[in-house]
Ligand binder design. Structure first.
Ligand code: HEC
Length: 253
């Protein structure tokens, strides 16, 4: 029995697809779908070239399609096919574009390596050696230190709590509008892990100061260099640690 050419074409295409899928099904080593699309393209083109290399082969392949479209007797079949094909196409498209409600994969590193030096407030700071100039007062002059922490609190409640929250938990009024969320300073994963020089860098230069690697950061953290003084940055850092009870990380002595 001679297999109709159109059916043969469908069988060959299906067979090629199966061959490309087989490693995934039997060996658990699937070929990436983008590669399969490419392989299938070449397979279909090759099969078509071969099947249409003679006039007779050409007729055998497109003849049934032509008859189906032109033959008045095949009206019902034609109508059925013309309804089914778009529905199948729409179905496949829908399956591929189906909306998901899962959070997209985030490769964002929360604490990128800081640069070794930064230029802010018109000066160059070496982050390797930079320390909070007020930190020593914690032991030397506790009263003055408490005053500085209080001033840092004022800086915080004038500038930061809209986003980072009045309990420093990252749940400020505007927080829900941002992704990534404002840092939650009460979480052990933020300032407790960091040196004061790291905070100085992050606060002075904000989202735009984050390194080019790992972009896009899409961080809403403002560039505070433009709005508060160097002194206020150091004081607000004192406040963050004092309020949360965490101790800044320091170089192991
Ligand atoms: C407009 C909202 C907004 C305001 C206002 C804001 N921040 Fe942020 N901040 C963010 C967001 C969002 C992040 C998280 C993304 C990132 O790390 O840049 C962040 C991150 C930080 C980080 C990094 C924490 C970490 O674990 O790396 C520090 C430190 C910080 N903010 C301090 C401050 C201080 C201090 C102020 C006030 C002077 C302030 N922020 C005001 C939005 C804000």
């Amino acid at each position: 029995m001679k297999i109709p050419r159109l059916l043969l074409f469908v069988i060959l295409v299906a067979l090629s697809y199966f061959i490309f899928k087989a490693p995934g099904i039997f060996l658990k080593q699937p070929i990436p779908s983008s590669l399969i699309v490419m392989y299938m393209f070449f397979a279909v083109v090759t099969i078509l070239l071969w099947m249409t290399s003679t006039e007779e082969g050409m007729q055998g392949l497109i003849g049934p399609i032509k008859r189906m479209i032109e033959d008045p007797g095949k009206k019902t079949l034609r109508n059925i096919i013309f309804v089914i094909v778009p529905i199948v196409a729409a179905g496949i498209t829908y399956m591929q574009l189906r909306p998901t409600y899962e959070a997209p994969v985030e490769l964002r590193s929360i604490h990128p390596a800081p640069p070794s030096t930064i230029k802010v407030f018109g000066k160059t700071f070496n982050l390797m050696t930079l320390e909070n100039p007020y930190r020593k007062l914690e032991k030397e002059d506790p009263q003055k230190f408490a005053q500085l922490v209080k001033e840092g609190g004022e800086v915080y409640f004038k500038n930061c709590f809209y986003c980072h929250g009045d309990k420093l938990d990252g749940r400020g009024h505007y927080a829900h509008g941002f992704n990534p969320l404002p840092a939650n300073f009460t979480d052990i994963g933020t300032i407790a892990q960091l040196q004061e020089s790291f905070l100085f860098w992050r606060i002075s230069t904000g989202g735009p100061g984050l390194p080019k690697e790992g972009a896009p950061w899409i961080s809403a953290m403002p560039v505070w260099e433009n709005f508060i003084t160097e002194d206020e940055v150091w004081k607000v850092i004192l406040f963050l640690y004092n309020y949360t009870g965490y101790v800044p990380r320091s170089w192991a002595k």
